[in-house]
Design a protein around this ligand. Structure first.
Ligand SMILES: COc1ccc(OC)c(-c2cc(C(C)=O)n3cccnc23)c1
Length: 121
């Protein structure tokens, strides 16, 4: 039963996985799916001090690294703001990040979370 204990998800983990899946749907080109490398984005690691992407967020959920919703939202904001820092506003990356940030934050408003309570707990 030890293995079952490790695999079991907490209610918070189930909520965060649901939110992550919804956010990933807004990035069909998967620009935010993996860490941005200096190869595809010259100088990225010198400009962006706190890189973040969906795969890293997913790993943190699985490792039960998020103790509250706000810690998850904070990483999501960092991911979007990084793209709006490194990329000029006329790029697909900046535009996708701006829309992603806006829709993602709407998903975590109290009225959007309330109906989820019964479903996910
Ligand atoms: C064109 O195909 C890809 C594929 C994966 C990417 O990031 C994981 C990106 C990518 C993602 C980003 C971001 C998110 O800033 N980016 C910035 C400059 C150049 N490329 C990117 C682009």
């Amino acid at each position: 039963c030890v293995l079952r204990k490790i695999a079991e998800k907490t209610p918070l983990q189930r909520l965060l996985e649901h939110l992550l899946r919804s956010m990933e749907k807004r990035d069909p080109q998967q620009f935010f799916a993996w860490p941005v490398t200096d190869n595809i984005a010259p100088g990225y690691s010198t400009i962006i001090t706190n890189p973040m992407d969906f795969s890293t967020i997913k790993q943190k959920i699985d490792d039960n690294n998020y103790q509250c919703l706000n810690d998850f939202v904070s990483d999501f904001k960092t991911m979007c703001n990084n793209a709006m820092t490194y990329n000029h506003q006329d790029t697909i990356y900046f535009k996708t990040a701006k829309k992603l940030l806006h829709t993602g934050l709407k998903m975590v408003t109290p009225e959007k979370l309330k109906p989820l309570r019964s479903v996910l707990i």
